[in-house]
Ligand binder design. Structure first.
Ligand code: F6P
Length: 528
């Protein structure tokens, strides 16, 4: 089926938004609330398990409707529907994009064309969930070590930390990602081979960091007298052949149509499944499925991922905001900023459109952040009074999973107060505007609320961010599903490694050469 797409900078809605940027240059959130007593009602929306308050975002109804028009004119809906039909929307790699199928329950019928694939997904799910249950019941295994990086680390790590309340207490979960041996060395010193299960998580099974750490773990296991390696190493990969070649016989596969950063719903999520068990893992998938349905079927006016993705376009392309600060007011979500960084920046950090043309507009911003209230005592100074406007995304959980309501009230009050302070600012009568005590205000924020942090609400929240990223990428006309930008660094690392000890020196730039010399990696075989 034909996917209709128009590049965003070539449609009328883009020009309308450019005009709105000029017309609304003096938009003041305080005035917007004073002149529209329904602003909070209008700009708050509910999606499954998630409530979003957009009312302190730097926009109004006119901007919002021009953005919805932009989605229509660029073909966002057409691309969304193509994704849910399983078409090859990852154009550079000629793959479909079907992480959503991983969470489609068996009772839900899919198109005939996807029926067999869905069945394979369900079978794989059954088998890794039953493996997870066995591990949970195996008292000899006390430590689970997930070895993986990027999408094979960030999602599982986020979920296991976030769902701490649901995690089996008799086991410890560890995540090793960095090739820096300090990490794995320090961890393995505390473990025993007979009590440890390694999950070697790698879609490609060739990522150098993961392979290096997996080899390190294997050597440690064998050197430490470990027996029955097949019971202590599991491969989670779409390249089961390479896993076997590495000596891992127990593998759970997945498919090339699952991008690494979209893979926590697949066997890459085994650490999560062992941690929270089959029942809760299914609830996690269910929450994400509900969000998929919301994205697929809600009308544009009520479609939360759509509105978020469009807001991102307004901020980036028309207000030129350079970054987004993620402030989860829940310590369980401390890895959310890191997870979100990969999702957004690896997906939408591109400057070439789908037909290979250079884009003439900005794409992904920088995402960064820290849990509240820590950030308040570190970088919030700059957010309140610095020269850049950086929208802050507050994320709070209404009901805590601890029994200290007063502490939780204080946490929530902090989040609400910070968002208020960004908007209202403060001028003391005696203060001139340029004094250090002046708070300019009119700084935007977004406020997201989960009732509770459960497997279901976490699944919904993550699927919401995936679809938000999709929307922005679709409107920008870029391919959000490849990641060629990470390749050059990998190649040059290999280049340097290959040169060490080689007899014929190779020419390199003076700075690279100088650093090799300074670090004494090897200065005999490379020349200027
Ligand atoms: O280098 C980037 C990347 O390819 C990510 O896209 C991916 O999530 C990560 O590396 C890990 O890849 P793999 O799962 O194949 O080891």
């Amino acid at each position: 089926m034909q996917i209709s797409h128009n590049r965003c900078d070539r449609v009328q809605a883009w020009r309308d938004l450019q005009q709105l940027k000029i017309d609304k240059a003096s938009l003041d959130l305080r005035v917007a609330f004073d002149t529209n007593e329904r602003r909070f009602e209008h700009f708050t929306m509910a999606a499954p398990h998630v409530f979003v308050d957009f009312s302190k975002c730097m926009w109004d109804e006119e901007i919002e409707s021009a953005l919805l028009e932009l989605a229509q004119q660029t073909g966002v809906f057409s691309l969304r529907d193509a994704m849910f039909r399983g078409e090859l929307i990852n154009s550079t790699e000629r793959r479909s994009v079907m992480h959503w199928l991983l969470r489609t329950p068996k009772e839900v019928s899919v198109s005939k064309a996807l029926d067999t694939t869905h069945q394979e997904v369900l079978n794989t799910l059954e088998s890794f969930l039953s493996f997870a249950e066995n591990v949970r019941a195996n008292h000899k295994i006390t430590d689970i070590v997930n070895i993986g990086i990027g999408g094979s680390d960030l999602g599982p790590q986020l979920a296991v930390q976030a769902l701490d309340e649901y995690v089996i207490p008799s086991k410890k979960f560890h995540f090793i990602s960095n090739v820096d041996a300090h990490e794995i060395d320090r961890l393995l010193k505390t473990l025993r081979p007979e009590n440890t299960l390694f999950l070697v998580s790698s879609k490609s099974f060739s990522t150098v960091e993961t392979m290096t750490n997996a080899q390190f773990a294997k050597n440690w296991f064998l050197d430490g007298g470990g027996k029955e390696i097949e019971k202590h190493f599991v491969g989670l990969t779409s390249n089961t052949e390479l896993a076997k070649a590495f000596g891992i016989t127990a593998t759970f596969g997945f498919w090339d149509w699952v991008g690494g950063r979209y893979s926590m719903w697949s066997s890459i999520g085994l650490a999560i499944a062992i941690a929270i068990g089959e029942f809760n893992f299914r609830a996690f998938l269910q929450g994400a499925f509900e969000m998929d349905e919301h994205f697929k079927t809600s009308d544009a006016e009520h479609n939360v991922p759509l509105k978020l993705g469009l807001l991102d376009i307004w901020y980036r392309n028309f207000l030129s905001y350079t970054s987004r600060c993620i402030a989860p007011y829940h310590s369980g979500l401390k890895r959310l900023p890191a997870y979100w960084q990969q999702l957004e920046m690896e997906s939408n950090g591109k400057s070439v459109d789908k037909s290979g043309g250079q884009v003439s507009y900005l794409t992904a911003p920088v995402l960064w952040g820290e849990p509240g209230t820590n950030g308040q005592h570190a970088f919030f100074q700059m957010l309140h009074q610095g020269t850049d406007i950086i929208p802050v995304e507050f994320l709070v959980v209404k009901e805590p999973s601890h029994a200290y309501p007063e502490n939780h009230k204080l946490l929530l009050a902090n989040a609400i107060a910070q968002a208020q302070a960004f908007m209202v600012g403060e001028s003391r009568l005696s203060d001139a505007q340029d004094t250090p005590r002046h708070f300019p205000g009119n700084r935007p924020s977004l406020f997201t609320v989960l009732e509770r942090l459960t497997p279901q609400s976490l699944g919904a929240l993550i699927a919401l961010s995936e679809h938000r990223t999709f929307v922005a990428g679709a409107a920008w006309g870029i391919n959000s599903f490849d990641q060629y930008g990470v390749e050059l660094g990998k190649k040059l690392t290999q280049n340097i490694m290959d040169q060490l000890g080689a007899s014929s020196p190779v020419a390199m730039d003076p700075s690279t050469l100088g650093l090799i010399g300074k670090l004494e990696i090897n200065n005999s075989s490379v020349k200027n």
